[in-house]
Design a protein around this ligand. Structure first.
Ligand code: SAH
Length: 504
């Protein structure tokens, strides 16, 4: 099993920096004992212009068989003969991935104490693996590495026997990757994708494999179009672990997508505070509209669903009328910023007993949301795929069923009034949709009818005579089922219950 990593450079940015990044000196050949054999690291070339590091793993096939690991997928022992003639020692595979992580641990983690600036820099990389087992062939190799930022992904099928081309291709390819990437990113991709392509994981899949996968997949796996296949194969098709991993990846994807928006909102709020002559920012007007509606409804115990960085939670805390305040968001990053904003270290015991923040997704029913007076979903629904809305509808109106629900969302008609917004664009890249007033009223009206609520609409911001206000708010008030235990689904929803809502 053989893999080379090459880079180019110049006198100012020598290629031999690769040695620092890999924590392996270019002038030494080193050998490391790993659980499956000996890994050798050496540099066939090392100049300021070009530097290549090679990793050669010498596998001990007898040790493999003794350890019971020369087995096919699913753990079934191959025929006795196959155990001695199997391809493990020669082909790059999950064993190479394990060696990669053992020998280049710091590089994978993006650490370099000697030159801390290096791991963060992308550099020209060329990675070659002459014999890579690829179930799914060259086509799959391209689908897997294609979306990961490489300029060149070459997967050349290796013929079974060069003397007899009519025998066709083997299940191996020669892989070449070229591009400007950070070394740690490239290594993490290989660490996950080599065993995925091999599809014959040699060890038992333990629950902590999901953590390993998410760590190695950080920054690229959540948004990868093949993340279903990658996850399932990486976890040796273990169904429950695959589902867990995919759910966590979905949370990561949402969190990655929402990050920029919360910052923008924050800036808008801060600007508004500093310069008084400026018009009141829309985010502030929205919060005031929400606070007024909560007060009018006489709410005491309030859920802020999709609370983002916690501005509304903070405002609610300032008013002692609110005895219990819960902020929920799918994004851990937003929640940790919210937690800092609230300055728990300055709160007394009674104050901190009033507020709770937790992670959760509105796409699923959640018992923790039952029994509150009001729920606020401020600028949240447009972040969910339309296909998830029935799940959200059931979670909020079918299961949690607070007396009051406030939903705000952009009015797409108003977009023509934003000077900086190009025609036909939504206000933020992560908005899955933006509705006209009619579309929002249509959705809100049918939700209300299905779940026994009444709904009224309140404009937020400058209410333009032609295109309406920038933000539209629906105020839902529960009218039926008032004596039912919170959390008991209304009888009216039964024909419309979405699967997702039931699942959780
Ligand atoms: N309510 C805040 C933040 C709006 S930004 C405000 O009005 O300022 C949208 C928020 O919804 C983000 O913080 C995002 O993480 C969250 N979100 C997106 N999808 C979600 C889901 N399925 N469940 C819970 N929160 C979600």
């Amino acid at each position: 099993m053989f893999l080379t990593i090459s880079t180019t450079g110049s006198a100012e940015r020598p290629a031999t920096d690769l040695g620092f990044l890999l924590h392996k000196h270019p002038e030494k050949a080193q050998a490391f004992t790993t659980s499956h054999g000996t890994a050798h690291v050496f540099y066939p070339e090392a100049t300021a212009e070009r530097c290549t590091a090679a990793l050669l793993l010498e596998v001990d096939p007898v040790a493999l068989v003794r350890r019971g690991q020369g087995k096919g997928r699913g753990g079934a022992p191959d025929a006795a003969l196959a155990q001695y003639v199997n391809d493990r020692p020669y082909a790059a595979s999950s064993l190479l991935a394990v060696a990669l992580s053992a020998v280049f641990r710091s590089a994978l983690g993006g650490q370099c104490t000697a030159r801390p600036e290096l791991p963060g820099q992308a550099r020209p990389l060329r990675i070659e693996i002459p014999v890579l087992p690829a179930r799914g062939g060259a086509e799959l190799v391209r689908r897997l590495f294609g979306p990961l930022g490489w300029n060149l992904v070459e997967a050349e099928p290796v013929p079974l026997d060069e003397q007899f081309p009519e025998w066709g291709d083997s299940r191996y390819v020669r892989l070449t990757l070229e591009g400007e990437l950070r070394l740690a990113d490239a290594l993490r991709q290989l660490y996950v994708l080599l065993p995925v392509l091999d599809d014959a994981k040699h060890y038992w899949v333990a629950p902590d494999e999901v953590d390993k996968l998410l760590r190695a997949g950080d920054g690229w796996l959540a948004a990868h179009p093949e993340n279903g296949l990658i996850t399932s194969r990486y976890l040796a098709r273990h169904k429950r672990l695959t589902r867990d991993a995919l759910e966590r990846l979905e949370l990561v994807r949402l969190a990655e997508a929402d990050g920029s928006e919360v910052e923008e909102l924050d800036n808008a709020v801060d600007e508004g505070r500093d310069t008084e002559e400026r018009p009141v920012p829309l985010a502030v007007q929205r919060r005031e509209a929400v606070l007024a509606a909560l007060q009018a409804a006489g709410a005491r115990r309030v859920l802020d669903l999709g609370c983002g960085q916690g501005q509304l939670v903070q405002a609610l805390l300032k008013d002692p009328a609110y005895t219990e305040i819960v902020g929920m968001d799918v994004s851990m990053r937003a929640l940790s910023i919210a937690a800092r904003r609230l300055r728990p270290e300055r709160m007394g015991e009674r104050q901190s007993a009033r507020v709770t923040l937790f992670q959760g997704s509105l796409a699923y029913t959640d018992k923790r949301l039952a029994g509150y007076d009001a729920a606020v979903l401020s600028e949240v629904i447009e972040h969910l795929d339309p296909a998830r809305l029935p799940g959200l509808e059931y979670a909020v109106f079918g299961a949690a069923r607070p007396r009051t629900v406030l939903v705000t969302t952009p009015n797409v008609e108003y977009n023509v009034r934003w000077e900086t917004l190009p025609a036909g664009h939504v206000r933020h890249g992560d908005h899955r949709f933006e509705w006209t007033r009619e579309e929002f009223r249509g959705w809100a009206g049918s939700v209300a009818a299905r779940h026994g609520y009444e709904v009224a609409f309140v404009p937020v911001g400058d209410d333009d005579p032609e295109v309406g206000p920038p933000t539209q708010m629906a105020v839902f008030t529960r009218v039926t089922d008032t004596t039912a235990t919170p959390g008991t689904p209304a009888t009216t929803h039964t024909t419309d219950t979405p699967k997702e809502g039931e699942a959780a």
